[in-house]
Ligand binder design. Sequence first.
Ligand code: KG4
Ligand code: ZN
Length: 334
Amino acid sequence: MENIYILGIESSCDETAASVVKNGTEIVSNVVASQIESHKRFGGVVPEIASRHHVEQITVVIEEALKQANIQPADLNAVCVTEGPGLVGALLIGINAAKAFSFAHGLPLIGVHHIAGHIYANALVQPMKFPLLALVVSGGHTELVLMKEDGNFELIGETRDDAAGEAYDKVARVLNIPYPGGPQIDRLAHESDGEVDFPRVWLEPDSYDFSFSGLKSAVINYKHNADQRGEVINPMHVAKGFQDSVVEVLTAKTLRAARQYNVKQVIAAGGVSANKGLRDALTATFNKEGIPFYVPPLKLCTDNAAMIAAAGTSMFKAGKRSDLTLNGRPGLEL
Ligand code: KG4
Ligand code: ZN
């Protein structure tokens, strides 16, 4: 079979990214322009600023991705772009660039779900085996997704309030750690010599849903109470207590789902899967269980366009195509 070369474009949040992927498994180029520095002083992503950066960066990253891949537009098979979910203004910039590129070069256009992208980041590391269970944990998502076969997604659990990454970032703010606080909390937790005991939120016994707002409030209350008593909290102990609660619940629910659905592979995806505490816990749990567990390297866990190209390749092979009416869909379902 002939090789398939896909250009992926991602602009759903605060990274402007473009990538060329071969056969859905091999990264030829992977360019990411991060805006984190610009959002830091606001403590989170400011949509208006994100859009402005995307406008400035989008053609630069696309040209750079093609240059690094040493490929001409005519040698591509399709252009794949994140359709949603995400910030609508941010999504539209990637989508319009993808539409223009596909129109100018006569290439098929394919809209890709951002979470499908995070899951297919794993295809860039090793072959995906089905049925597969994916724990998707990012700044906007906490989901357990069952894939019975390629291209088939079943949402079996999701957060009822805050996403895991959102909880990390909010707890970080309480501890005066700049955005995005996830990596810092992870580091503090690892260096800690003690921990504050925070609650685990399990919801109904048979539920695969998650809830993190109660835990977040517990951390905020702990800090307020200490402030009122004039006491100084130990940020390491707070970070460790918070992280242990998040990791224990995520790991236990993922294990229960993996058993119930008898999966052949478990993968973690999304920005929070960069978390060392979570990686270690999932690795140990599934080693013991005898189910192969994978998590992509850090660079592929956070937002990038190679994952969009990888998911797009599966859609391309399945004959899926979008047309020029493709629109940004902030609440797009998997
Ligand atoms: O997937 P991602 O790059 O963007 C979204 O689609 O949301 O995820 C970003 C999120 C942020 O909330 C960030 O704090 C979190 O992932 N994150 C982490 C770690 N690295 C990134 N959370 C906990 N531990 C980490 N090591
Ligand atoms: Zn993401």
